[in-house]
Design a protein. Sequence first.
Length: 202
Amino acid sequence: MNTLRTRFFNLTLAIILCIVCSAPAFAKTWYVEKWGIDLASCGSRNAPCGTVSEALSKAGKNDRIVVGPGTYGGNMLISSDNLSGIKLYSSSGRYGTAFLSANAVPILTVTQPNVRIGARGKGFTFRPAGSTTQSISSSTGSAHRIRIESNHFDGGNYGVFIAGEKVQIRNNTFAGVSARSISCNECPRGLIRGNLITHAPT
């Protein structure tokens, strides 16, 4: 009887361990504020990082980065394999948090799938440095299932220049983009809906 109980206990323990080990890790939230400082320990609500790039260097798969109000530098890159599924949100909405590019490179380059940039009430303003610059770029065809929502794109050559399957570009506003507000090449089964474009070239 004791042997049977021991076997049953061991089997139950093995099943529990398998479930625990196979369960996905909990996503973490990283915080960025204008008054934050890029340190090895930054990223918490009380000790935020000062730049999104620093938060991205610490983040992992499916994590969330929340950016406080203010204007931040661009040239951000979401390319590491461990950044798939990352979510980039503002805490003050599209007109409260802005990204500027310092030179003629995209403000944000994305090459990982399942990335989300903005959401209702959580978007950003993207303001490129010059008329030849892209705001959000992913021309590699690997940004599958990316979702860009409730952002404002002010100027630049392209607002969104992207390629990937099941891309969603929803409820954004575009003003003064010189070439194309949205360029979605090789985007099968994508969804582009509810975007407002003004001052577009004729």
